[in-house]
Design a protein around this ligand. Sequence first.
Ligand code: ACO
Length: 462
Amino acid sequence: MATEQQTTESGVGSGTESLTVTDNRTGKTYELPIADGTVRGLDLRQIKVDDDDFGLMSYDPAFTNTASCRSAITYIDGEAGILEHRGYSIAELCEKSTFLEVAYLLIWGELPTKAQLERWVFDVTHHTFVHEDLKHLFEGFRYDAHPMGMLLSGVGALSTFYPDAKQINDEEERYMAAVRLIAKVPTLAAFSYRHNMGLPYVYPDNELSFAENFLSMVFKKTEARHTPKPELTKALDVLFILHADHEQNCSTNAVRGVGSSDVDPYSAVAAGVAALYGPLHGGANEAVLRMLRRIDSVDNIPDFLARVKDREEKLMGFGHRVYKNYDPRARIIQEHMDAVFEATEYNPLVEIARELEKQALADEYFTERKLYPNVDFYSGIIYEAMGIPTDMFTLLFAIPRTAGWVAQWMEMQEDPDKKIARPRQIYTGERERSYVAMADREGPEKIVGPPARRPKRPRRGA
Ligand code: ACO
């Protein structure tokens, strides 16, 4: 077999940090450089059967083995169950830090000094109000609109209130967008909840901490100032830290993908909110609660797990693309559950959840597939104990994740490798057909539309 040695554009010779590939179609051998444990997808393009060939591509539809960027924000070792932000372990941050300090760390790269933190907290606290017109926009939603749909629109609409944010290379505009997003997303989230409940919107209170202010905007009734119980504020702040960033997850990838078009950061973050809305991502804790209610009693767990193994059900809150071990965040949530239950009513669903976890982890189906509880398995139970309705759970994920989205968006702007995200495809359709006149068309008489047997859902309103 003839072997033709070629080097890549970067001109690597034979060395240990390279990959030698032989194309069995042509017998040619190529040497691809390895950097940071990766080969560049574009280096495959030189592998061709002839000059007319486009060149080899890699196929990875769900990015299961493709690094889409270089990042210094969050480190995850999924096999070992490790999560660190800027090198600090999530457990230590939850124990010693606050959400706003972690947000600063994620975005600016270092823990703030006292003066830096004071300025940061002041700026975030003093940008929590939203324009009254945004409130009017929210008033136009149906009374039962899902709060995530409202938040998605609200975050997108922010771009129209701050058009200067389009200047994404202006440092001051970037700083203001970071502050405004972190400050205003809780306000929009709380407004969407109050709308859904038919309650008047509550304006932010600058005298309260970040977590206290959010709880006040959600729960305040007629009292002059709503001061939540410290156990709840602490637990919520820890939950916010736990959800602040998680490297290149579905919603962060959406923020980076959309942001790569150089759109303003509000529009990019709106894409993140949309991605988070999905039941396989941020919507999972909502789905966990619905699942636990359907299971109803610990006696029904064996039957439920049998249905999961028959693929009639999915064990929501279990499994993770990256963690093939216990999600460290799920462990920390468990540690805070008892404190929350002491300050609130006990949630009986916790017994079903704990027994479900026990039985699943004793079952080969789950252990063989390395399926362990993820962050969403227990978070919904705490939120419910705090009195937060199920529809709102994903909002409580979106609020802190905004810090991560902003940090990742900022990092992307500085990345010399930044380019508009534009994947390739493997085209599987027809080619070069001639248009067929209507009278000459043959084929099945099937009319495309919803299945006839689908029961009609009652529709309210116009
Ligand atoms: N229940 C039952 N089986 C599962 C589950 C589950 N929750 N998750 C994965 N599996 C099975 C799959 O059926 C598959 O089995 P197979 O190899 O026999 O076909 C195997 O485990 C591997 O699963 P994949 O779907 O390939 O894993 P993937 O990495 O694509 O999916 C995901 C990860 C989406 C999180 C998945 O585990 C899931 O749907 N979990 C439930 C939803 C959930 O909790 N999402 C929250 C994720 S955390 C977050 O977003 C904050």
